[in-house]
Design a protein around this ligand. Structure first.
Ligand code: T4K
Length: 399
């Protein structure tokens, strides 16, 4: 492999098939078939069926939370959370996230106010929030990114002292623990994603967690215009129901979570050992949690040291069939729907703007093994030591 030339320069790609970045869990065919057969035999497909109920109970046990309310995806879960919390006006949230976080507010007529993040952890910077609060701000959406946490204890204190509501987009944080408390128990509501790319997969799915009985009753009513649980008055209802097929896969994924987390951690440790010797690459390590799901491998690429830009390195990796991705790009404040307000953010989110140009996600999960990780690191290492030659290639290509 050491003598192989880069695929971008005419060599043979390192991998025959594209290596994806998502977790992409799937149970064994036997278990899948048995679960689907059960659903079909019962002829009960959705609307709080037995598997969804079982999943909610298991999640409550595992997360140590009073209410786990399963939904069809986290985006609708976040919309339901802002409705149940009766948020209004503006909500402060980081721009450095998947666009769905902000879209969930836009759907409920709330304006997101974007804050910056910390350059080392990529998490929200609490000390910059005071400057963003005005009389229209009703809440804060904390975002627990990359299998790490955004200091939820400090955020709780901050929100309480300012009289603001607090909830969390914990799409990336299933299973993670802060101190001795599992994520799910902070703020008023926490929302997980069970998308196929996540460590707990229902293929599409999600879950809202709360320890507040009244909020839980509101969420259950908002989730379903069909109704479930104790009826309480809510202004809007929706269809956020999880189907039995989704619940069946999530139950198997929950059972397999310990092995999948361990595999992610093993791959993370290989990346950590190999990447730390490469100048200009910094692996982002989950430092705000005592237990991580390690579901994302995130690096910052420092072009001046590495010798190539993040985008050039991604092009090198893609040619080798490594589907490295830039996350999050271009940053929510620069995305369609929000960029009309760009002048007011110009220069105010310097870390977010920097990360959007330097941050990269690498493969991990079901489709990747330790050998593949060694080979990915080897490509990155060779790209760094051949950066001058690769730079000439990119310069010629752009002429
Ligand atoms: N909040 C945060 C912080 C989030 O990151 C997300 C979602 C949400 C809220 C909303 O949660 P959900 O409503 O989705 O439950 C992906 C996911 O679609 C999205 O769930 C996720 N975050 C986001 C960060 O990533 P894309 O557009 O990057 O996915 P895509 O299709 O490019 O897939 C990623 C990789 O996996 C590719 O290499 C292709 C591969 N893949 C993907 C799927 C779905 C497969 O090989 N097979 C598959 O079935 O958004």
């Amino acid at each position: 492999m050491k003598n192989r030339d880069f695929a971008l320069l005419g060599g043979v790609p390192t991998f025959a098939k594209l290596l994806p970045v998502g977790q992409l869990y799937f149970p064994s065919w036997d278990r899948y078939e048995a679960a689907m057969r059960g659903i079909i035999e019962r002829r009960y497909y959705t609307n709080q069926g037995p598997l969804t109920q079982q999943l909610e109970e298991r999640l409550q046990d595992y997360l140590g939370v009073k209410h786990a309310i399963c939904v069809t995806n986290a985006t609708i879960g976040l919309m339901m959370a802002s409705e149940a919390l009766e948020l209004s006006g503006k909500v402060i949230m980081p721009s450095f996230t998947f666009i769905a976080s902000a879209q969930s507010l836009s759907w409920t007529g709330i304006e997101p106010v974007f804050c910056d993040v910390d350059p080392a952890t990529h998490q929200i910077t609490i000390d910059k929030l005071d400057a963003l609060i005005d009389e229209q701000v009703s809440g804060i959406m904390g975002i627990n990114l990359w299998g790490d946490a955004c200091n939820p204890v400090a955020l709780e204190k901050f929100a309480h002292s300012r009289g603001l509501k607090l909830y969390f987009d914990s799409a990336h944080a299933f299973g993670c623990v802060v101190g001795s408390t599992r994520i799910a128990n902070f703020g008023s509501i926490e929302v997980f994603s069970f998308h196929a790319t996540k460590v707990l997969s229902a293929t599409e799915g999600g879950c809202l967690c709360t320890n507040d009985d009244m909020l839980a009753a509101r969420l259950r009513n908002i989730r379903s215009s069909y109704g479930a649980g104790k009826p309480v008055p809510v202004v809007k209802t929706s269809n956020g129901r999880m189907s039995e097929a989704q619940a069946a896969i999530a139950l198997m994924s929950l059972e397999d979570f310990p092995q999948n987390q361990q595999k992610n951690e093993l791959l993370f440790r290989i990346y950590e050992g190999r990447l730390e010797h490469i100048p200009g690459i910094r692996l982002v390590k989950p430092s705000g949690v005592t237990f991580s799901n390690y579901q994302y491998i995130i690096c910052d690429v420092y072009e001046d040291v590495f010798g190539l830009s993040r985008d050039s390195l991604i092009a090198v990796l893609k040619a080798e069939n490594v589907n490295a991705r830039r996350y999050f790009y271009p940053g929510t404040h620069r995305s369609i729907g929000y960029c009309d307000n760009l002048p007011s953010y110009e220069g105010r989110l310097p870390v977010t703007d920097h990360l959007c140009a330097s941050c990269m996600q690498l493969p991990v999960g079901a489709m990747v093994d330790s050998n593949a990780v060694e080979m990915i690191c080897e490509i990155i290492d060779r790209a760094q030591s051949n950066s001058r030659r690769l730079r000439s290639f990119f310069a010629e290509r752009s002429n």
